[in-house]
Design a protein around this ligand. Sequence first.
Ligand code: HDD
Length: 705
Amino acid sequence: MVTDDHNAKQRQLDEVRKDLTDTHLTTQQGVRIDHTDDALTAGERGPTLLEDFHAREKITHFDHERIPERVVHARGAGAYGYFQPYDGWLADRTVARFLTDPGERTPVFVRFSTVAGSRGSADTVRDVRGFATKFYTKQGNYDLVGNNMPVFFIQDGIKFPDFVHAVKPEPDNEMPQAASAHDTFWDFVALQPETLHMVMWLMSDRALPRSFRMMQGFGVHTFRLINAEGRATFVKFHWKPVLGSHSLVWDECQKIAGKDPDYNRRDLWESIEAGQYPEYELGVQLVEESQEFDFDFDLLDATKIIPEELVPVRPVGKLVLDRNPDNFFAETEQIAFHTANVVPGIDFTNDPLLQARNFSYLDTQLIRLGGPNFAQLPVNRPVADVATNQRDGYGQQCVHKGRTSYSENTLAGGCPMLAGVDEGAFSHYQEKVEGRTIRKRSESFKDFYSQATLFWNSMAPWEKEHIVAAFRFELGKVDHQHVRDSVVQQLDHIDRELATAVAEGVGVSPPTGSPTPNHGRSSPALSLANSVTGTIATRRVAVLVADGVDATEVAQIQRELSERGALAEILGPHDGRVRGTDGHEVSVDRAINTMGSVLYDGVIVPGGADSARELSADGYAIHFVAEAYKHQKPVAASDEGMELLQRAGVAEARQPDGVNGVVAELGVVTAAHTGGALPDGFIEEFAAALGKHRVWERDTSAVPA
Ligand code: HDD
């Protein structure tokens, strides 16, 4: 049955919830309570009594509500869903049935996160995003604990504490929160050139995702798939979002951090509530064991990608996120991922970063979740049967029966029994290993620059501009001049043009002497410019209105955007309704001053002389349009609505020739018409610009916002 696993997980959760739906307030012991607002006292104005077991229990439990936040990836948001393979083509490579049986729909929980910030930090900071997936497979839980960038900062996990100490807020004053723009991070980078490839990703727009639904995910390490004959194939895992990969711009991110610090979390929640389920395709890059040494980098080095032009990403199946958690703490906070949670058919490699992770995750859960029984928490429970001889410990939920808790035994008839490989037991890949004990980085890991250069070469001009601006911003916050100097020197090994552009912005002398030659190679798959799908599904468009707005246009805009899967929100000077031209009223979704253009993908100003006049005199409305324009979003106006565009300094806003027509230039769409419906082409042109995400060709460098 296709949905068996899904239903089993649902039943488990329903059972837990059942306990929570009793309608009477009780103590933990089930005793009903008639009063919870006043403590028991000796006399009306007398001291509180120790015998008030309800007050003591209530306060004691409250005192213990918090658990340690994750040391990294503390801030996250999660959702349930399922994974289903398209077909069985991977079956000759792996015995992991959830990857190969198209009839099998495996329930999943995905947790997205930022890395550096605390649990309450803003969503839109410049950072790597975690993309961790727990597959509740019939063969046991499999965790793919990845990021939205395909490489990592360091090569060996022993350096993880150093790296995290450097990027986290500095220890003397705990500043800055959720930011890499400070001295210790860049000091670390300058001294550890292995970070540079990942730092290029971090300075790129990949670190500013528009939405968790519009970002890629990567397993990062090279793993192994193991087939029925025990043969291994190297594999890299990729998640590709169906909506394409899109990013915010930095100025926008900083403003959203104030306007809506929950921006990415809210977007995930609301799209699932609206039935617009986030979808991703799982793809794999496969490399034969015999080809292990065919590359100019080491497959075990997590600071390297396998360029897709060398090894294509082949689609395996689809991930759909279709259910929000019921309780953030119980599910999103208590979920415990572990890279060593593997199932038959998937195995590790000797990547030293992965090997350290295989130690760290279990270790961290023990302190975070308070003991060794966290796998029994509902969100962590496998759908596969569990039978261990592990007993007792904090938070033990099972009532184990019988006298035996050891293996082997005769008293319980040998149960739980060992399984053979043909019965689905995990069998470790038998890699031949030999060598002397040594504490030394492999020589094959020592090229730190080629792939950083590959990334830089692959960027579109606007992406390069954003990277340079990001380096300038970050280094601009670094107090130590020698750190700025050293970073620029490092960048010079990547590309002279990059190093010079950064140097000029941060008061460092541009590098001189003969530059490291740029190898000139590029990989188109690395550029966000090549990830545009054209869809406007789930995009949010602001429609600005005031009294006297053309109500027919508003209705048409709402209808036609909704037919394309986008959402038009009506923003007016106040909540409630505004008067329309034809005697109709227009409902306002939100007052303009409670929102901001940064929370929308585009803006439309409909016609109506009174409406346009009022909006053109409203500082919020003018700023709204100017800022959307500055952030290279599509901006549109019909008839009198153009007045607001002109007030906002939208350079391309032009009156169409004649009484009926549409002009579209660099994502600025204007229409003129003589009553009735909007002219053909207006919504089409706007949707075409929206489908490209941003109009990067529009030069707004001189426009203040
Ligand atoms: Fe890690 C959490 C991803 C290297 C140690 N890591 C964590 C999470 C993600 C990643 C997505 C959050 C999981 C969740 O949502 O609960 N980490 C990565 C990736 C890495 C990586 C993609 C490199 C390829 N991590 C890494 C190393 C170490 C750790 C090298 C330690 C040696 N990571 C941890 C941890 C965390 C964690 C301390 C903190 C909370 C947790 O595990 O559950 O164990």
